[in-house]
Design a protein around this ligand. Structure first.
Ligand code: Z5A
Length: 212
């Protein structure tokens, strides 16, 4: 039985997940909480290896869509057993940058795999661990692209394999996140991430205060 709290940050790219996760962690630590910050894909050595394959084809070959699903889930299985489950059992607050909703949005709504199949595969990978609070940071495609372009210029990086999947794909992914949120409004909280950063943070904070 887990004693901690599991929180994930989800949504299209550039919605500010990493920014909000960092602010949440700082605020919780200031308030004396024990926090573990992690991300997907990744969070373990194996997961980081898989992350590189998924984002940059680092093994020299792109995964097929089915292999992509299984690689995200392999990363998650390792992550849950090695990192998330022990942290929750130790009573920590786990803050995760993307988790299962990304698989449902990108691989089901985006790539077209049957949602029920992915729900079952995901259950196998997570042993049923699921976030109690999910922040869905929603942002339109244009704002998302502007933020990503700006960041790429600032950090001298280029778009990765999934970012390059095309506008239609990213529209479907965004709609997927919105649809998933609508199905579970008491656990998944929709936030307009196109707002100024402090306004987004005030909403995240007030939900956390309410739910904790
Ligand atoms: N993926 C998948 O397909 N299936 C899965 O199961 C999982 C993932 C788990 C992981 O990429 C990719 O894998 C992702 C989904 C897929 N692909 N896509 N496309 P990642 O982890 O490298 O990247 P990301 O998750 O897409 O996040 P990101 O691009 O780093 O964005 P973010 O974390 O949401 O945003 P940020 O880094 O906090 O902010 C982005 C920029 O905007 C930055 O310069 C900020 O300073 C700025 N920012 C943030 N908030 C604001 C506000 N409010 N106003 C203005 N500017 C802001």
């Amino acid at each position: 039985m887990s004693k901690g709290l599991f929180v994930s940050f989800e949504g299209p790219e550039g919605g500010g997940k990493s920014t909000m996760l960092k602010r949440t962690a700082e605020w919780l630590i200031e308030n004396g909480k024990e926090v573990l910050c992690t991300r997907e894909p990744g969070g373990t050595k194996l997961g980081d290896y898989i992350r590189d394959m998924l984002k940059h084809d680092s093994c020299g070959e792109s995964p097929t869509n089915a292999a992509e699903v299984l690689l995200f889930l392999a990363s998650r299985a390792q992550h849950v057993e090695k990192v998330i489950e022990p942290a929750l059992k130790a009573g920590k607050i786990v803050l995760c940058d993307r988790f299962e909703d990304s698989t449902f949005a990108y691989q089901s709504y985006g790539r077209g795999y049957d949602l029920n199949i992915l729900l079952n595969l995901n259950k196998f990978a997570t042993s049923g661990y699921s976030p109690s609070i999910v922040f869905v940071l929603d942002i339109g495609l244009e704002d998302s692209l502007n933020r990503m372009n700006k960041r790429q210029i600032q950090t001298n990086t280029s778009a990765d394999r999934i970012e390059l999947a095309g506008k239609e794909f990213h529209h479907r992914v965004r709609d997927g996140f919105l649809d998933l949120q609508k199905k579970e409004p008491n656990r998944k909280f929709l936030i307009d991430a196109s707002q100024e950063e402090n306004m987004v943070w005030e909403q995240v904070k007030s939900i956390l205060i309410n739910k904790m």
